[in-house]
Design a protein around this ligand. Structure first.
Ligand code: UD2
Length: 505
């Protein structure tokens, strides 16, 4: 489906407003709907007022109706399995220990070369924040959710702090790290308003750009009919973070990057307050490693256990790919080596560097970006076509279609994967409780900070189970990396942290 509000992105300001394309007549829209077998969405037309009629026509203009019959055939009437043709082998990764005998690499050299790209203004930060965050049960853009373990700094603020720190440390005078934030039509306005209310977290307004991703209609299970959320409104959902590849181009964001001289995009999700929004080592490796085409690279962590809900890096038919956890055959997920370790242990933490040239290529080759859809069966509130009453289904009633950004990996000429340490940079907040929750995120932030502080000579209190008896948070503006705490001019550290204390540095 097309991105609905091209060109909602106004590169030089944050004041993008939702402005649906208009102008389509009822007649032409009805003809498109009839051809797609979806005329039922006009069922309530006679009773709609002018404003609601206009809104419905505008919404329909934003949907690629012509592709709907094919989608219904391929994804609703059948449930396609993931395409795992060809040999499936574990991915080759740059190990966390750069001195490892079987694959040594020069971390410092890549750090320096990545830092040079940042210094020259060739790198931008890119955050995908268009998701609905339904698992967290938070009513608002996920980036507004408190992320800082002690300060409750919003997740957007945590990313902004990293960008500010990287900018101050690496950029030449007058050079900035622009930040592109992908929203979705449902959270765009609220996201921009939140940045405004927080004075852009200290960044310059003109260096933060927002653009909404595309949407897809929810298709009724069994029939493939597009559902109505209201009598004048389709039930639409964001088209997945894979929609970013197209949205970057059609929104004008890509052109803005090219005009600024940005060559590499540091891609991260909005659920992880420890994320290194700009990582010189990773950027350098991506751009300069001999086995990288410099188009799209990824970070991995060793999976915590076979059932961890992260995609897995593998070489599928000779190409670096991610197999999403829900598509991973159980036999492969559980396969172990002689030492008992998982054979497919490279978990994706959804961090990539993507070149602007690659994004441009994907948007121009053939008929444009072709990413496979992934089907999810969901409960979607909708209007009953017979009664006009609102239905809140108790069981899944609709197919939601999304594309995933990592499906672009096999389209790159050569794609590398870098291993990192999950305690250093992976503390996602996805659920209200349990794994990947606010609680586990605080624990990981505390663990990382306790490691760093211990190395800097600070005594940390521990509980009998060995976990820190305190809550700690270190802002990237204080220290981006562990060594920064001991650097000349670093902040004065206490000799010890008290039992049960909450400390933010
Ligand atoms: C994602 C990966 C998973 C693993 C994990 C690590 C997918 C499908 N799975 O799982 O393999 O790497 O992250 O944390 O990606 N988003 C949008 N628009 C959309 C949908 C999502 O911007 O239409 C953003 C969303 O705001 C969030 C990110 O993408 O920042 C992750 O989305 P998710 O929560 O659906 O993916 P998750 O956590 O299941």
């Amino acid at each position: 489906m097309t991105t609905p509000m091209t060109p909602a992105h106004a590169p030089s300001s944050a004041s993008n407003r939702a402005s649906a394309p208009g102008g389509a007549s009822l007649e032409s829209t009805r003809a498109r709907l009839r051809a797609a077998g979806q005329e039922h969405v006009l069922k309530f037309w006679p009773e709609l007022d002018e404003a609601r009629r206009g809104a419905l026509l505008a919404q329909l203009a934003s949907v690629d109706l012509e592709s709907v019959p094919g989608l219904v055939r391929d994804y609703v009437h059948t449930k396609p399995a993931a395409d795992l043709r060809g040999t499936i082998e574990p991915a080759v990764c740059y190990p966390r220990d750069h001195n490892r005998a079987d694959k040594p690499w020069d971390r410092q050299a890549y750090f320096d070369r990545g830092a040079e790209l940042i210094a020259a203004g060739n790198v931008a930060a890119f955050t995908v924040a268009g998701g609905q965050g339904s698992r967290l049960g938070f009513d608002g853009p996920k980036g507004c959710f408190p992320g800082g373990a002690v300060t409750n700094r919003p997740l957007f603020g945590c990313v902004a702090d990293w960008i500010l720190a990287a900018q101050a440390r690496f950029c030449r005078a007058g050079v900035v790290i622009p930040w592109y934030v992908m929203t979705s039509p449902g959270n765009h306005e609220a996201t921009v308003a939140f940045f405004r209310a927080n004075a852009f977290f200290g960044l310059r307004e003109r260096d933060v750009m927002f653009f909404p991703q595309g949407v897809m209609p929810a298709l009724e299970l069994g029939t493939g009919r597009m559902l109505l959320a209201d009598r004048h409104e389709l039930a639409l959902a964001p088209d997945g973070h894979g929609g970013s590849i197209k949205a970057l181009a059609v929104s004008g964001a890509l052109a803005d990057m090219q005009a600024r001289g940005v060559e590499q995009l540091s891609y991260t999700q909005i659920d992880n307050p420890l994320v290194r929004a700009i990582d010189p080592v990773f950027i350098g490796l991506h751009a300069f490693a001999p086995d990288s085409s410099g188009e799209m690279s990824s970070k991995m962590v060793v999976k915590a256990h076979a059932g961890e809900k992260v995609g897995v890096f593998a070489r599928v038919g000779g190409k670096t790919s991610v197999i999403e956890y829900s598509d991973m055959p159980a036999e492969l997920a559980n396969r172990t080596d002689g030492a008992g370790g998982l054979v497919f242990n490279a978990g994706s933490i959804a961090i990539h560097v993507i070149s602007t040239a690659f994004i441009a290529r994907l948007n121009t080759s053939g008929s444009g970006v072709r990413m496979p859809y992934h089907r999810a069966d969901k409960k979607i509130a909708c209007v009953d076509l017979g009664t006009g009453q609102r239905l809140d289904p108790a069981a899944p009633n609709a197919v939601k279609l999304e594309t995933f950004v990592f499906d672009a990996l096999p389209l790159a000429e050569a794609s590398i994967v870098m291993e990192t340490d999950r305690i250093e940079e992976f503390a996602p907040i996805k659920n209200a409780t349990g794994p990947d929750s606010v609680q586990t995120c605080k624990e990981i932030q505390t663990l990382r900070a306790s490691r760093w502080l211990e190395k800097a000579g600070v005594r940390i209190p521990y509980k009998p189970d060995g976990s820190p008896d305190c809550v700690l948070e270190i802002s990237p503006r204080t220290a981006m990396f562990c060594a920064d705490l001991k650097a000349p001019g670093a902040i004065r550290l206490p000799a010890a942290v008290g039992n049960g204390a909450s400390v933010a540095l």
